[in-house]
Every structure is written in C-alpha cells, then in structure tokens.
Design a protein around this ligand. Structure first.
Ligand code: ADP
Ligand code: MG
Length: 223
C-alpha cells in the first residue's frame, strides 16, 4: 500500500573463518512519510542493514523492494543510479573528502548526476546557506568543527533531493548539544511545511528517514 521499502525474508551472513549470522529472515516494510529509528548495540547489524538498503552490499538471501521493484543486486549500474537519485546517506564519521572544500564536497554530489557545474554550485550554495554555513563554504573539513562537518555531510546527502535518508549514528561522534541540533534538522526534514518555509528549500520532503542508532544513547540525545 503505502510501503516504500520492503524486506522479505532478508538474511545476511558473513563467512570468513567462521560463519557470522547478522540479519536473519527479516520481514519489514517502511512506509512513506515516516521517520524510523532502528536501535541496537554495537555489532548488532545496523550498518550491515544500511549497506543493504543502500545497495552497497547484498543480502545472502531474501529480497529488497524499493518503490515496489525488486532490487537485482547484480545490476550495479542501475542500482548506483537509484542510490544517487533516491537515497541520501549520512554516516557517523562524515566521510567528507579532506582535500576539497565544504562547497566542493556538496556540489560534487550533484555534479555526479546532472553534469552542470553552475547549477550544482548554485544549488550547493543554497543548501549550505540553509544549514547556516555560508561563511564556511571555502573551508576544508580539517578547518571545521564536528557539528559543522556533519552539517556539510547532511547538505551533501540532501542536495539531490533524496526520497530516503539513511542516517547511521549521525550524531555518534558529536557532543550532546551539537547532536541535538543535528537531530532537529533531520527531524524537520520530514515535515514538508517547514521544508516549504525553506528550511532547506528542497522541492520535496524525503519520504522516509531511517536513523540507525545505538540503543538508548541517541534516543536521549534526540529529545
Ligand atoms: P553495528 O553497525 O550495529 O555496530 P555492523 O553491521 O557493523 O554492526 O556489524 C554486525 C556484525 O557483522 C558484527 O559482528 C561485525 O563484526 C560483522 N561484520 C560486519 N561486516 C563484516 C564483514 N565484512 N566481514 C565479516 N563480518 C562482518
Ligand atoms: Mg554501525
């Protein structure tokens, strides 16, 4: 019905020396317009699931459906395209490219899709401004605070107006009050009204935001 992402009997094992079962026959559907929080202690499989939802990794068995279409994990070109168009990912460590400025880190993500540098730069500047970081545009990641870097990473994840935001312990490396700020921005993303009043000046709100959080620690941060 309103399901946007479905997992059907999805399992993931790792087998190097020893077989490790991480995800076991998961059946679950994520509906549009909602925010989900997946909590579990370190090692419980949060990042493994995120990597499968974002098609960076593939399940051992079972299936993933996005927008009612079953993902074929061997069609990497198609999947790369779905990922860059529909999915924004925010990691705990922001993964910014260290040799490029905040602006470059953000506009490169758009350039990868539309090949129009001016349009990409304009869009990046707009979104960086909404994140309150205009004065940091030309700074390198090493010249930014943890919260500022994470806001740049958010701008990068949002520039292509994704339908799904996957946030893997997005505030795990931040102090309490910075974490609260970052969560607030992320929560507000799903409320299209605040979005229209141009918190981020995106055309459409992400349909789903999924937070992959460490049990209890990040929920208290979110309040
Ligand atoms: P979380 O994000 O909840 O901390 P992960 O998804 O990173 O947990 O890891 C879940 C389990 O899978 C851990 O026991 C981890 O050691 C194992 N694991 C993750 N990636 C691999 C891999 N590439 N090879 C073998 N084991 C892995
Ligand atoms: Mg993890």
């Amino acid at each position: 019905m309103n399901n946007f992402i479905s997992l059907k009997k999805l399992s993931k094992y790792f087998s190097n020396n020893k077989k490790v079962t991480v995800l076991k026959k998961i059946n679950y559907s994520f509906a549009k317009g909602k925010i989900y929080s997946l909590m579990g202690p370190s090692g419980s499989g949060k990042s493994t699931l995120l990597n499968i939802l974002s098609m960076i990794d593939k399940p051992t068995s079972g299936s993933l459906l996005i927008d009612d279409k079953t993902i074929n994990f061997s069609e990497t070109v198609i999947n790369d395209n779905i990922r860059s168009k529909k999915i924004g990912i925010i990691y705990q460590q922001n993964n910014l490219l260290p040799d490029f400025t905040a602006l470059e880190n953000v506009y490169f993500a758009s350039l990868a899709l539309n090949d129009d540098k001016k349009k990409s730069v304009d869009k990046a500047k707009k979104i960086i401004k909404k994140m309150g970081l205009s004065t940091r545009e030309h700074h390198y990641p090493s010249e930014l605070s943890g919260g500022e870097m994470q806001r740049v990473a958010m701008a990068r994840a949002l520039i292509n107006e994704p339908e799904i935001i996957l946030a893997d312990e997005p505030t795990g490396s931040l102090d309490h009050s910075t974490a609260k700020e970052v969560f607030k921005i992320l929560y507000n993303l799903n409320e299209s009204e605040s979005l229209k009043s141009s918190l981020l000046a995106l055309n459409a709100a992400p349909k789903i935001t999924i937070f992959f959080c460490l049990a209890s620690l990040e929920t208290s941060k979110a309040t």
